[in-house]
Design a binder for this molecule. Structure first.
Ligand SMILES: NC(=O)c1ccc[n+]([C@@H]2O[C@H](COP(=O)([O-])OP(=O)(O)OC[C@H]3O[C@@H](n4cnc5c(N)ncnc54)[C@H](O)[C@@H]3O)[C@@H](O)[C@H]2O)c1
Length: 325
């Protein structure tokens, strides 16, 4: 299938593009590189435009005639969204409307959207099922939830299959494909820990008095290859009901200290841990209940062991230093 991948030059998008290609689909990247690099495009067809440019999006649909859309082109920082809500609503909701405008003029079969565990907000119990209350605590989570809603409304009205994938903590990399995480600034735990350990810097841990087994926050780290595979299955599952939202996580949680320990073991470095105050808005534990994904998409999280997640991120860090230094 011809699949337009908006945000396809980003960290997750680059893996989705290559996973689609590996299954015989034809990905077309739409990105303006505001948060990414051209190196990630490789030989794939590229539409270099801002997604909010509706006229340019319509021209891209006319030229490439996509049969399905994967929309990953958003901003990703919870903290920044609290400081700059307009930036997040404009891009995470507003820009995506261009794609829906184009879908109302050109027939497509499916539209997959990158949503997030942040739509649940402060959860009372984990693992979190899709039936848990939706109470985002940031403009980031709110804007993602709002786009889920408009997407499902458009899918129903226009007759395409809409699917929202609520990612938990995307992590790891695919060294064989030469792509991995390179956010600026990098806010994600695993690359930050690896960089600190390699440089001999302190590893900062925010809060060690949470109600978790070792007092540090627990998260569900899903390997980006397993995440990409969920998109391939979502594109291919013709029989799937439209308007569904799925958690994409592993169902297992690891604490900040467990992640640091694993990275220290693999890098053979002793972490110099500095405990800091809790950060506002960090829930103690966020772990997915992925039962619906396993049932409806026959998804298997084959790469999401802590060892492979951290190991692939370490291998990527060496490639990243060579590529971007
Ligand atoms: N990384 C995670 O752990 C995580 C977790 C939950 C949800 N998500 C969601 O997944 C998506 C992808 O995340 P990522 O980590 O790959 O982020 P990323 O920043 O690496 O990739 C986003 C890509 O979209 C592009 N982009 C953004 N806005 C654009 C616009 N208006 N026009 C053109 N291009 C635009 C950027 O240049 C970048 O290439 C995001 O929408 C994010 O909210 C990510």
């Amino acid at each position: 299938m011809r699949v337009l991948v908006a945000g396809g030059a980003g960290y997750i998008g680059a893996h989705v593009v290559r996973a689609l290609d590996a299954r015989g689909h034809e990905p077309i990247i739409m990105d303006d590189f505001r948060h990414s690099n051209r190196e990630r495009v490789g030989d794939y067809p590229l539409v270099e435009i801002p997604i909010e440019n509706t006229q340019a999006v319509l021209e891209a649909f006319s030229e490439h005639q996509p049969e399905a859309i994967v929309h990953l082109g958003g901003y990703i920082s919870v903290g920044e969204s609290v400081r700059l809500p307009e930036k997040y609503w404009s891009n995470n909701l507003g820009a995506g409307m261009s794609l829906l405008t184009a879908c109302s003029k050109f027939p497509i079969k499916a539209f997959l959207f990158s949503s997030t565990a942040a739509v649940y907000g402060d959860v009372e119990k984990t693992p979190i099922a899709e039936t848990a209350p939706l109470q985002p605590t940031s403009p980031y989570g709110d804007s993602k939830l709002a786009f889920e809603k408009v997407l499902h409304q458009h899918g129903k009205a226009l007759g395409f299959r809409s699917l929202a994938l609520r990612y938990f903590n995307a992590s790891g990399a695919c060294v064989a494909w030469g792509v991995g995480e390179n956010h600026e600034p990098e806010e994600h735990l695993i690359p930050r820990v690896i960089r600190a350990l390699k440089a001999g810097d302190p590893v900062y841990v925010y809060g060690n008095d949470y109600p978790t087994p070792d007092g540090t926050c627990v998260r569900d780290y899903i390997h980006v290859l397993d995440l990409a595979q969920a998109h391939v299955l979502g594109i291919e599952s013709d029989s799937l009901q439209s308007g569904m939202s799925f958690n994409v996580g592993t169902g297992s949680g690891f604490s900040v200290l467990q992640v640091i320990e694993e990275a220290g073991k693999q890098l053979e470095k002793k972490p110099n841990i500095h405990f800091q105050e809790r950060r506002p808005g960090d829930p103690p534990s966020l772990v997915a209940d992925p039962s619906a994904l396993l049932k409806h998409l026959d998804w298997k999280g084959e790469h999401s062991t802590l060892s492979e997640v951290v190991g692939s991120a370490i291998a990527w860090e060496t490639q990243r230093e060579a590529l971007y230094s």
